[in-house]
Design a binder for this molecule. Structure first.
Ligand SMILES: *Cc1c(COP(=O)(O)O)cnc(C)c1O
Length: 399
């Protein structure tokens, strides 16, 4: 009934398949279970949302406690969880202030708006252009869709928002060439997620910071996917020793509850005054209480360094599979626990084969397998995932 009715009542934007897509009913840690009681190892992790695994007790507890206390008030009033969360985020990112919203796209919308307004206040010239990277992903609203440097997402929605230019990721000269009188900011993901798991090079990120400083432009890091411990550091930016002027977060922030944040350095934060931007649900007390619990776990001693070790372990395992199936695996790449395996052939078949054997992984662009397990995934779970993947690849190789 659920499968049939999904096909009947839900607008078809996700391409779920009645025969092959699991119907998930409950989960714990790295494991989720479907309606028939079948267990899966979840290496999709809600697309980088479930960083602490499913239903982490501390997160569930914090949300439940807040549900009985105060679920929502308008942002006209103070609430404790919102301010406490802002304090924690600001302290751990070297920024000055936060704006809360409900998703990654909204966080990036806020970043785009504040960058434009900042430029307007700071300079005489008309500066509103933002340079983003090819293969980037910044969201699905009209502005963030336009910011997204992938044509396939633009098709059918023209005219797009004016004021965006695209440059080649990891190519400083290409960014340099796009800078004009109107440019006010550069926005990148330090690790591109949706676009195929591409890690920014050190000289590129450092060079962008220098370029922005020279030209009086803001540097925006979209860490919606790669932030909050995913790469083994609180922010992916820490790997580069580079500080952005604006950082956006969302996915993992609420442990599964919807929340996004835009963080700014002091100078930029002052751009917005009352009435300049708002969100009814932004900074909702329940989502914030859950987020505080998430951050408390992430900031526990050794949590992030352990995540990095687990990432290294998974990566080594994937590299071994590449040695085993050199004709099938083109490249293994990533940082920490955001890892991609680029295949020579069809990735969807591998994704399906893995699901049949109890492993959920995500295939992007038709042939890149993306791994986003919880940051606290156990070594034995990684071993099992690798064994399943080896079987599936072996079977495909045999065909
Ligand atoms: C997922 C994602 C977004 C969009 O987040 P939503 O919560 O789906 O709006 C933006 N940027 C990056 C890097 C993402 O991975």
């Amino acid at each position: 009934m659920i499968r049939e009715d999904e096909g009947k009542y839900i607008i078809n934007t996700y391409g779920r398949h009645a025969e092959t897509t699991p119907l998930l009913v409950h989960g714990r840690g790295t494991r989720v279970y479907d309606d028939k009681g079948k267990e899966y190892l979840d290496f999709v992790g809600g697309l980088a949302v479930n960083s602490l695994g499913h239903c982490h007790p501390a997160v569930a507890q914090a949300a439940k406690k807040q549900l009985d206390k105060l679920i929502h008030t308008s942002n006209l009033y103070y609430t404790e969880p919102q301010v406490e969360l802002a304090r924690c985020l600001v302290k751990n990112t070297g920024t000055a202030r936060a704006f809360f919203c409900n998703s990654g796209a909204e966080a990036n919308e806020a970043a785009i708006k504040i960058a434009r307004k900042y430029a307007k206040l700071k300079s005489e010239a008309q500066r509103y252009e933002i340079i983003t990277a090819h293969d980037s992903f910044h969201g699905r609203t009209m502005a963030t869709l336009t910011a997204t440097g992938q044509e396939k997402f633009h098709k059918g929605y023209e005219p797009l928002l004016p004021g965006f230019r695209y440059a080649k990721f990891n190519d400083l000269d290409s960014f340099h060439a796009q800078v004009g009188e109107e440019t006010c900011a550069v926005m990148i993901e330090p690790v591109q997620g949706e676009g195929g798991v591409h890690v920014a090079r050190h000289d590129f990120v450092k060079g962008l910071r220098r370029l922005c400083d020279e030209q009086g432009m803001l540097l925006i890091f979209d860490e919606v996917q790669c932030g909050l411990g995913r790469t083994g550091k609180f922010l992916a930016a820490e790997h580069y020793g580079v500080k952005a002027d604006i950082v956006t977060l969302a996915k993992a922030l609420g442990g599964g509850l919807p929340i996004g944040a835009m963080l700014c350095v002091a100078d930029v934060a002052e751009t917005f005054s009352p009435g300049d931007h708002a969100s009814t649900f932004g900074g909702n007390p329940v989502a914030c209480a859950a987020a505080i619990a998430v951050l408390t776990e992430l900031l526990k001693e050794n949590f992030l360094s352990d995540a990095k070790l687990r990432g290294d372990y998974l990566r080594e395992g994937l590299a071994s599979l590449q040695k085993l199936f050199p004709e099938m695996i083109k490249e293994v790449r990533g940082l920490g626990l955001i890892l991609g395996v680029e295949l020579e052939g069809d990735g969807l078949a591998v994704q399906r084969g893995c699901a049949e054997r109890g492993l959920l992984i995500n295939c992007i662009a038709g042939r890149i397998l993306r791994f986003l397990p919880p940051l606290n995934v156990e070594q034995s779970e990684i071993d099992r995932a690798l064994a399943i993947l080896e079987k599936v690849l072996g079977q495909s190789a045999g065909n």
